[in-house]
Design a protein around this ligand. Structure first.
Ligand code: ADP
Ligand code: MG
Length: 356
């Protein structure tokens, strides 16, 4: 996660001027019920573009954008391992118990559960390897095998210890280990922000944290939101499917994201806890729909890393997972039965199999 940068654009519902294209000044809903107003937000956080549509009655709508900005900063600091913060302190003091905010201990427990259930395709102690490869943050060569093997010895989520005592929490990892919650924290943050915005009076929200979408309610028109899924082979904004969703997170991991090119080979940013190498997946895109954004995000990375065969097997074993996956040929896709009726493909060439 990167440093919180200044906002690119700000609009407030109070600015009832047509000049602000991002402000919908007109009431969205008429009659006896409270009139709804929309504000929008665009900013940079966690190394990605954040955007939101924030809908609420007056005066609540005016408070949503500053609240979102403040909470984004708070949550990024909580979970970052790239600058000063409480989770980072666990890494810096590896080998000792460190007091942490209980939200960190709770997300770590969730990360351990996903690691266990995904047979370590998702591994929250992958940090030692991430810091060796540095893919997406300056890495430009394949590390020596001996260094990869040394790092691999420190990759083991079962050695993370968490303690809850009288409302206080602490954590400990082994010396040399490094926790990285980057593949699950954004999902948690999406769900947490939606709860914060709801508590502040928001009625309907679409929050996009760079491919991680978190939703509050339905659209103001009373229908599920339509969330477009990015085509892995095309420019940002071009979609291959539409997912209908409400009051949940829609999280997508794609092969189009951070990568390193070296000697004609492409290395993606998801690493294997078994080989120590970037995973050689045959999947191009994985989407998970879940009320729990953290669970969706963690499993999204896990299924992506597993590849289609094992991912489909996991989808069978866990019918509660709402997963939609597309292979690299962009011709074959699979969807969990639970969410099958909510997916509309935009490309007739894709053959979709429903996983019971
Ligand atoms: P994004 O969608 O922002 O790319 P992901 O949810 O895919 O994020 O997580 C990517 C990050 O997860 C990597 O940058 C790295 O820090 C971390 N990571 C890499 N490999 C694994 C893994 N096997 N298990 C858990 N986290 C990983
Ligand atoms: Mg993830």
């Amino acid at each position: 996660m990167s440093v919180f940068l200044p906002l690119l654009q700000k609009c407030r519902a109070a600015a009832l001027l047509a000049a602000f294209s991002c402000v919908l000044a007109a009431p969205l809903q008429a009659a006896e019920e409270a009139e709804l107003y929309e504000a929008s937000y665009r900013g940079l956080a966690m190394g990605t573009l954040i955007s939101a549509r924030l809908i609420a009655p007056q005066p609540a709508v005016d408070k949503l954008e500053p609240l979102l900005e403040k909470k984004l900063e708070e949550y990024e600091t909580l979970f970052t391992v790239h600058r000063k913060g409480e989770l980072n302190a666990v890494n810096e003091k590896a080998g000792s118990w460190v007091a942490v905010d209980c939200r960190i201990a709770d997300l770590t427990e969730k990360a351990k559960a996903v690691a266990r259930d995904s047979d370590r395709a998702f591994e929250p102690t992958i940090g030692t390897l991430v810091n060796l490869w540095k893919i997406g943050f300056g890495g430009d060569k394949v590390p020596a095998r001996a260094d990869i093997d040394k790092a691999l010895q420190k990759v083991d989520y079962t050695r993370i210890q968490t303690r809850h005592e009288n409302g206080r929490c602490s954590m400990k990892i082994d010396a040399g280990q490094s926790i990285d919650l980057g593949a699950i924290a954004k999902g948690w943050i999406g769900t947490a922000l939606i709860a914060d915005l709801k508590a502040a009076g928001a009625t309907n929200v679409v929050l996009d944290l760079g491919g991680n979408v978190a939703l509050l309610g339905q659209s103001p028109a009373g229908r599920d939101w339509n969330v477009g899924i990015q085509r892995p082979d095309k420019e940002r904004g071009e979609i291959f499917a539409v997912v209908q969703a409400a009051d949940e997170s829609v999280i997508t991991s794609g092969a189009y994201e951070r990568k390193m090119q070296k000697d004609g080979k492409t290395y993606g940013h998801i690493l294997s806890a078994v080989t120590g190498m970037p995973v050689a997946t045959d999947l191009a895109s994985v989407t998970i729909i879940d009320r729990d954004g953290a669970r969706a995000d963690g499993w999204c990375t896990a299924l992506f890393a597993m590849g289609s065969e094992k991912a489909v097997q996991k989808m069978r074993e866990h019918p509660d997972l709402g997963a939609f996956i597309l292979d690299k040929s962009l011709k074959k896709a699979w969807v969990s039965k639970r969410i099958a009726s909510r997916i509309t493909l935009q490309d007739p060439e894709i053959e979709l199999t429903v996983v019971p």
